[in-house]
Structures are given as structure tokens and as C-alpha cells.
Design a protein around this ligand. Structure first.
Ligand code: 4AD
Length: 447
């Protein structure tokens, strides 16, 4: 039988019961080779965990192409290991090199701790690095935990489209889809008859669905043509978005953000303890802080430091401002609520206050990363939405969105969380490019 050793090894107790009579086929990649006079030691890893299984073999089984990085199949007996550091080891009877590895040109070296910036140059090989491997297993676990969180709380999962004709955020960061099949025609044709883009957010489609299913979520790729090389921006990233009908307070939205964060984090910490150990030790924040945008601007104005962008009411909070606010509040998560009306997209609910006119928006800022989540109550009142869209000249494009306010409109709201920023935050990873398998950012689309 073809067995992954991990399946048995991970269950240490059952493993001990297996004792030394089980015959195993182990398939994986060689992480280390150590040849001694009497014995040959190999460490084989199949990617299912950080651990490699030690293989002990007679030196006569050594072959020239049995090197670091090669793919092998080992057949042998799984026995209790005499070494303190491991439970089991494989006593090899046959070793087959399935795919040799040219160690001289292979960019990863045995027993070297390659920095993440180094392995980033090899997007097709970096998953064989321990740190990247751990990150991607954690990412996989966090993905499953995110789905479970919503499914367990009665949310319906919606596949929102990747190709869309709307610009949800109105921030001018759209990737337009161009089709070049009309080769012999000078005429420009739109494949869809209308300009189409890669989605910047599934929110508007979720709002449609929240009008039927009450609580919905989506979790998929999101695209922004941000000309940024920063350590927290990607051109393609994953966003977790939730939309809740019959919700009248920002407090409810903030509570879901917090519950999602806590549940996914505790699942990841308990399911991937060895992988998580490779990163900074995550300590759950003792508290959170909620401040209004106006308070945030006052705090920034009184800061004993100067900013590149002078803080003024009505201006967007820049990374340097977010950083300062988090520091000022004691390096804990900070919810900033009620942003200027003119700063935010058309769909946000008017707070009808003044003279500093605001909307019911919320951003969650976290230490080391800055903005992790953005959300709001949506404008569910037809006259308010109509007049805002009219002023922006968007009435025709958003007739369908206005319809939602005509046919059974309810107070509702939601948020989006950047999945890579979430991973960056809990693992303390400095650069967002290291928490996604294939990073896409301006001037870089390798592979
Ligand atoms: O604040 P944003 O722009 O919110 C929206 O798109 C809403 N329509 C979501 C909603 O209410 N359903 O983006 C949400 C989050 C940000 O807080 C950030 O974490 C992440 O998405 N994000 C990015 N992550 C990586 N690279 C980028 N270029 C990002 N832009 C936003």
C-alpha cells in the first residue's frame, strides 16, 4: 500500500502501537543526506508537515544521484527510533531516486536558512523551503477555518464573480480586461459589449445576495492596480467579505470582524503548532480600542512628531498615521469609525451629522500591518442613495443597485478583511509577498 508516513506518524500513540512490523513506502524529497562508514542517514519530507522522517540505510544503498533535493521513494520498516528527538524512523530496504536534483544549480542549499527575500527570487522552488512550506500550510488551515467560521454561524457562501462591470470602490484601481481576438479588425470590441474589469471587491454582489439569504460571505481573489511596491500591497490578493442584513449598528459589524479573527487564529494556533513556532509568538491582544475618525485626527495633530502627510480633517489616513495611532493606543487593534462623507465610496450610510459630515464606516488597524479590515453600514435608503449617485453621475450604471432599495430594502452592512494582511499580522511576517504562493505586484508577474 502506498502510505503517507505523516498519516500514521502524526498520531504518536497509534504509531507506537504499530511498532516495528509495518512496511512503508515513503515518497518525498531529500532534505539532508549524511553518509557514515556504517550507516547512511536521510531526512525525507513530503510537505505534509515541517518534520522530516529520518531514514536509516545501509551505505550500500547510497547512489550518486541520491542528493539533497532529489525526489525519492523508500521502502522499509517503520520502527521506534532510539533517538530522543524523534519517535519513529524508517529502516530502508530499498531506495529509488525518482527524480534527481542537480545540487550545483539548485538555488536552495542543504541546511541553510535562506532569508525569505532570497527564496522570493525562485517562485517555482521556494515552496520547498521550510519557512515558505510552513507559511503555506498555515494559510491552508486558515482558509479552512475561515470557511468553517462562516458556515458554523449560518452564513451562505457565495461565489462572487471575478469579472465584473462595476467599480465597487471607485478608487480607479481597476484592471480592465482586453481581448485581442479581433486581429484583422481595427475596430475595438468589448468581449462583453461593455468594459469589464477584474473585481476589486465582491461587496456589491454580496449585497444582492444578503437581500435573500440574510447572512452571506465570499472569499476569493481580488485585484487592484495599485502602483505600489509596499510591503502590504499586492495587485492580486484574497479578501474575506461578509454581508449582514437587518443590521443597524457598526458595533455588529465590528463584532463579526473580531469573532472571525479570534476563531480563525485560535484554530490555526492549535492545528499548526510546529509550523507556527517558526514565526514570532502570537500573543492575543489584551484589549481593543474604538475611536472616531475625528478623534484620530486630533490625536495625530497633537503627536510629538511630524508626518510626511500633515493630518487634517477630511484627508485619508496614511500608513504613517495608522502606525502612530496603533502605537498611541498601546499596540492593540484599533477600530476607527465614522469617516468623512467625501472620503468614502458612494455606498456608505450617511450619518446625517454636521458640520463635519460623516458616514458609518469602520477600518480595523492592527500593529505592524495597519489596515486589516474595512467595512461600513450600507446606504439602504433610496432617496439618499439616489441623490448621491446622481451627484457622481452614476445613476444609470447603478440602476440595479437602486432596485435593491426599492424591493424589500433592509438596513445592512459588512466588511472585507485582507487575508494576506491577516497572515502577516498573526505570524509577524514583514512582507506581504511572503504569505501568498505566487505574489503579483507592480512590475512583477513571475510564472
Ligand atoms: O478597505 P477595502 O478597500 O474594502 C473594500 O473593498 C470593501 N468593499 C469590503 C467590504 O466591505 N466588503 O479593502 C478591504 C481590505 C483592506 O482592509 C486590506 O486588508 C485589504 O482588503 N486590501 C489589500 N490587501 C493587499 N493588497 C492590497 N492592494 C489591498 N487593498 C486592500
Amino acid at each position: 500500500p502506498l502510505l503517507s508516513w505523516k498519516k500514521s506518524i502524526s498520531k504518536q500513540h497509534s504509531c507506537q502501537k504499530i511498532t516495528n512490523l509495518v512496511f512503508f513506502y515513503l515518497q518525498g524529497w531529500v532534505r539532508s543526506v549524511r553518509s557514515q562508514k556504517e550507516v547512511l542517514f536521510l531526512h525525507i519530507n513530503d510537505g505534509s508537515s515541517l518534520e522530516s522522517l529520518q531514514v536509516v540505510a545501509d551505505p550500500s544503498l547510497e547512489k550518486r544521484d541520491l542528493t539533497f533535493g532529489s525526489a525519492v521513494e523508500v521502502q522499509g520498516k517503520l520502527v521506534k527510533s532510539p533517538h530522543r528527538m524523534q519517535n519513529m524512523e524508517l529502516q530502508a530496504e530499498t531506495i529509488r531516486v525518482v527524480g534527481p536534483c542537480d545540487i550545483w544549480s539548485f538555488p536552495l542549499k542543504m541546511k541553510e536558512r535562506h532569508p525569505l527575500e532570497y527564496v522570493r527570487q525562485f517562485p517555482h522552488l521556494r515552496c520547498r523551503n521550510n519557512t515558505l512550506g510552513a507559511l503555506l500550510r498555515i494559510r491552508s488551515e486558515a482558509t479552512a477555518a475561515t470557511h468553517s467560521f462562516f458556515q458554523n454561524n449560518g452564513y451562505v457562501h457565495i461565489h462572487t464573480p471575478i469579472i465584473t462591470s462595476n467599480d465597487c470602490e471607485g478608487a480607479g484601481e481597476l484592471f480592465q480586461i482586453a481581448v485581442s481576438w479581433a486581429k484583422d479588425s481595427a475596430e475595438e470590441t468589448h468581449f462583453f459589449n461593455v468594459p469589464a474589469f477584474l473585481t476589486v471587491s465582491g461587496q456589491l454582489h454580496l449585497e444582492v445576495m444578503a437581500g435573500a439569504f440574510t447572512h452571506v460571505f465570499t472569499f476569493g481573489p481580488t485585484f487592484r492596480a495599485e502602483n505600489s511596491q509596499s510591503r502590504r500591497h499586492l495587485a492580486e490578493f484574497y479578501m474575506v467579505e461578509a454581508e449582514l442584513s437587518f443590521t443597524e449598528s457598526l458595533q455588529d459589524i465590528m463584532q463579526v470582524m473580531e469573532d472571525l479573527f479570534k476563531t480563525v487564529t485560535s484554530t490555526v494556533l492549535s492545528k499548526c503548532p510546529r509550523d507556527v513556532e517558526l514565526f514570532h509568538k502570537y500573543i492575543a491582544p489584551a484589549q481593543k480600542v474604538i475611536i472616531s475618525y475625528s478623534e484620530a485626527v486630533e490625536i495625530l495633530k497633537q503627536a510629538p512628531q511630524t508626518f510626511t502627510f500633515k493630518p487634517e480633517w477630511g484627508c485619508d489616513l496614511q500608513t504613517e498615521h495608522e502606525k502612530y495611532l496603533v502605537k498611541h493606543c498601546g499596540e492593540v487593534p484599533v477600530f476607527v469609525i465614522n469617516y468623512p462623507y467625501d472620503l468614502k465610496p458612494f455606498y456608505m450610510r450617511d450619518n446625517e451629522d454636521g458640520p463635519q459630515h460623516t458616514v458609518a464606516a469602520v477600518d480595523l488597524l492592527v500593529p505592524g500591518v495597519g489596515e486589516l479590515c474595512g467595512g461600513s453600514l450600507r446606504e439602504e435608503r433610496l432617496p439618499f442613495l439616489e441623490s448621491r449617485l446622481q451627484r457622481l453621475g452614476l445613476t444609470d450604471a447603478y440602476q440595479w443597485y437602486l432596485d435593491l432599495r426599492k424591493f424589500g430594502s433592509v438596513p445592512h452592512g459588512g466588511f472585507g478583511m485582507g487575508f494576506e494582511r491577516y497572515l502577516q499580522y498573526i505570524l509577524g511576517v514583514d512582507n506581504i509577498k511572503d504569505v501568498i504562493p505566487f505574489p503579483r505586484f507592480s512590475h512583477s508577474c513571475l510564472l
